[in-house]
Design a protein around this ligand. Structure first.
Ligand SMILES: [Zn+2]
Length: 170
């Protein structure tokens, strides 16, 4: 079962995803309402509810600023997700991390010094900078904030918020 439910604040701002169990708890406690339901019903002795896909809090929930606007800690997985697993040098699918300023020459593992690369480009670049290797970046590295990771989780649920009128269409 697609167990992740999109959670919107009372302002309709997306604030995260919750397990189905947790989303149902919000509904049962009347903290939230269903904005979009999947087919089928959840039935137990005490409840009968449509299966929620998107729930909206009835009251505005204060989100700690850091939960959305902190910098994510750097991780390899985070870099691959940020770059959507595309090689920065040739745009083919990539699954390795390249240090733009090479790690062997003091380049650090940070959001702005790492980028996704395919095995071939990573090998071809070796211990050189993109300039030295004559391999320009086709896109730039950037810092990843918590909000972006949350929005990727929302996207992964398959719910189209734009279709619900929640987010402006691009
Ligand atoms: Zn490549």
């Amino acid at each position: 079962m697609a167990a992740q439910v999109v959670v919107l604040n009372a302002t309709l701002e997306p604030i995260g995803v919750a397990s189905l169990q947790r989303a149902v708890a919000f509904l049962v406690k009347e903290r939230a309402q269903i904005m979009l339901a999947a087919d089928g019903m959840i039935r137990s002795n005490s409840i009968e509810l449509p299966v929620p896909r998107v729930v909206v809090f009835n009251d505005y929930v204060r989100i700690p600023h850091t939960r959305l606007y902190d910098k994510m800690p750097w991780s390899r997985r985070g870099v691959l997700d940020r770059d959507r697993r595309r090689c920065a040098y040739c745009e083919a699918p990539g699954a390795t991390i390249d240090h733009i300023h090479p790690a062997s020459r003091g380049g650090e593992s940070s959001w702005l010094n790492t980028i996704t690369a395919c095995v071939a480009c990573n090998g071809a670049k070796g211990d050189r900078t993109p300039g030295e290797a004559g391999m320009p970046l086709r896109f730039e590295p950037r810092v990843v904030w918590r909000r972006e990771v949350m929005m990727l989780a929302v996207e992964a649920t398959g719910v189209d918020l734009a279709e619900l009128g929640v987010l402006p269409r691009p």
